[in-house]
Write a protein of this length. Structure first.
Length: 122
């Protein structure tokens, strides 16, 4: 009898803590994914900026200045495109996180409503 009581308590505890565990795992995975994204993005923008600094050091005369200024437009276009891509990536990450969180919560809601439905049927 004590063994059955212990097993019952253990099963109930696992069911109760499963959503919390799933949410915690999702949060950690999401933090890791966002951190990786931020580090990659930081490197991308740092590399772009370093290219600009190197280009600026090559200014020696009016012609090279004119070439540098023309290159600024290309640089701004690259930065703008990169920002749009990064925004889309971040939005996608947020939507995936939201969908996974809703799935966990829906599963928990389904698990809680199943015993109530069985009790009403009896």
């Amino acid at each position: 009898m004590d063994y059955n009581l212990f097993n019952s308590f253990s099963e109930q505890a696992q069911k109760m803590f499963k959503p919390v565990s799933d949410i915690n795992r999702l949060m950690v995975d999401n933090i890791q994914m966002v951190t990786d994204f931020q580090l990659t993005t930081l490197k991308t923008y740092a590399d772009l900026q370093l290219q600009q600094l190197k280009s600026a050091t090559e200014i020696r005369d009016p012609d090279s200045l004119q070439h540098y200024v023309k290159g600024q437009m290309d640089f701004m276009t690259k930065v703008n495109q990169q920002m749009v891509e990064d925004g889309k990536t971040l939005t996608d990450m947020g939507q995936r996180f939201r969908d996974q969180m809703q799935q966990i919560l829906a599963e928990e809601g389904t698990a809680k409503s199943a015993p109530k439905a069985q009790a009403k049927a009896v």
